[in-house]
Design a protein around this ligand. Structure first.
Ligand SMILES: Cc1cc2nc3c(=O)[nH]c(=O)nc-3n(C[C@H](O)[C@H](O)[C@H](O)COP(=O)(O)O)c2cc1C
Length: 359
């Protein structure tokens, strides 16, 4: 993973998101300004599980020129190592273990975020996986199950296993997506871990990205929902570091992006059904339309069923050259707590304060 981190700025990573960050999405976002690497949606691992073909395609047909790490979710060592070995036959850049998914159905099975209740089980899994994986092995975690004070114990476990990278979604499982991020926990990880640490949570624009990096000293930043909402975000953050000119997308650019995403996702859909495809696109539009046109766009798009309605609504609200707002609405129910990254203490100049572990 160290090899993928640019020398002159923190790494930028697209977060894995089920039913969103597939082959088509990665291809389109790479055209707007690629992250330094990608992580697939998780492969569910259980006895008898096979590699899901559509997720596998985001690895085997990756033409972005950027590494793709395969993420696994599961709680049984033998099954996880079997799957990691099966994946090694494909051009995966590494294996990532999910320790953060809060879905009750996953947690009940002692997987994802559910494992955070059991550090000894994590210890066992990381030891076995580290032995089984020759290449890059990383972990993506939340900062605890019910309380962020659990994180120190978890870091003790992570430190024992020579993992190649740690991504910290700086919330507990109990926090869901409702709280500001616990940036103090990411800083703790940066101080404790010998490997690069990637901060994750509520990076929604250049300022919040800069703030999270400055507060944590992380070697990289992973962005999820903020990159659905603003697919130019990686290019904008990279431009700030390079001192080059950043993209300033307009509403019409977003209209084009939606059209392209619609076509690319359709191209990869084995049996295209117009109404299902519109439903699929609406899940992405929850983020893309959020807060635009005073809320009228997202309200109207929810009712679209056919492609013609879908695009008529998009054109009604987006076919003009006004620049897109940098931030979501302040009281956003989707990006809760992002404004905490903009507030006190005043943002220090990240160049003066950030240290990069491992450089
Ligand atoms: C729709 C959706 C699907 C997600 N799927 C995954 C997943 O497959 N694996 C994972 O580790 N995290 C998953 N996440 C969590 C994100 O990777 C990320 O940790 C979280 O959204 C916080 O980052 P953000 O504030 O930049 O969005 C998902 C999040 C969303 C919103």
């Amino acid at each position: 993973m160290r090899d993928w981190i640019p020398a002159r700025r923190p790494a930028l990573v697209l977060a894995p998101m089920q039913d969103v960050t597939d082959l088509a999405f990665m291809r389109v976002i790479a055209r707007r300004g690629a992250p330094d690497w990608f992580v697939t949606e998780y492969f569910r691992v259980h006895p008898g599980s096979a590699l899901r073909r559509d997720i596998l395609r985001s690895i085997t047909e990756n033409q972005t020129g950027r590494p793709v790490v395969a993420q696994l979710i599961g709680g049984e060592l033998a099954e996880l190592t079997r799957t990691a070995r099966a994946l090694s036959a494909h051009p995966v850049a590494g294996i990532d273990l999910n320790l953060g998914c809060p879905a009750p159905v996953v947690c009940r099975k002692h997987a994802g975020g559910g494992l955070l209740r059991d550090p000894d089980a994590i210890d066992h899994l990381l030891g076995g996986l580290r032995d089984a994986i020759d290449g890059t092995f990383t972990v993506k975690t939340r900062v605890g199950h019910g309380d962020k004070r659990e994180f120190a114990r978890l870091l003790d476990v992570f430190r024992r296993h020579a993992i190649d990278g740690l991504t910290v979604h700086a919330r507990t499982v109990a926090d869901g997506y409702r709280t500001p991020v616990h940036d103090d926990c990411v800083r703790l990880a940066v101080e404790a871990m010998p490997c690069p640490v990637v901060a994750n949570g509520n990076g929604v624009d250049v300022r919040t990205a800069r703030s999270l990096l400055a507060r944590t000293g992380a070697a990289g930043l992973m962005i999820g929902r903020g990159a659905i909402r603003n697919p130019w975000i990686f290019a904008q953050i990279a431009a700030e570091h390079d001192g080059s000119s950043a993209p300033e997308p307009t509403h019409r650019d977003l209209l084009e992006h939606i059209g392209e995403l619609y076509d690319e996702v359709a191209r990869e859909t084995p049996r295209f059904v117009e109404r299902s495809h519109v439903q699929r696109m609406k899940r992405t539009l929850v983020y893309l339309a959020h807060g635009l046109a005073g809320g009228a766009f997202e309200h109207q798009i929810r009712r679209a069923e056919r492609a013609a309605d879908f695009f008529a609504i998009c054109r009604r609200h987006l076919d003009h050259q006004t620049p897109l707002p940098a931030l979501p609405p302040a009281d956003s129910p989707i990006f809760r707590g992002f404004d905490a990254l903009l507030g006190d203490p005043p943002l220090p100049d990240r160049a003066e304060t950030t240290t990069f572990p491992g450089f």
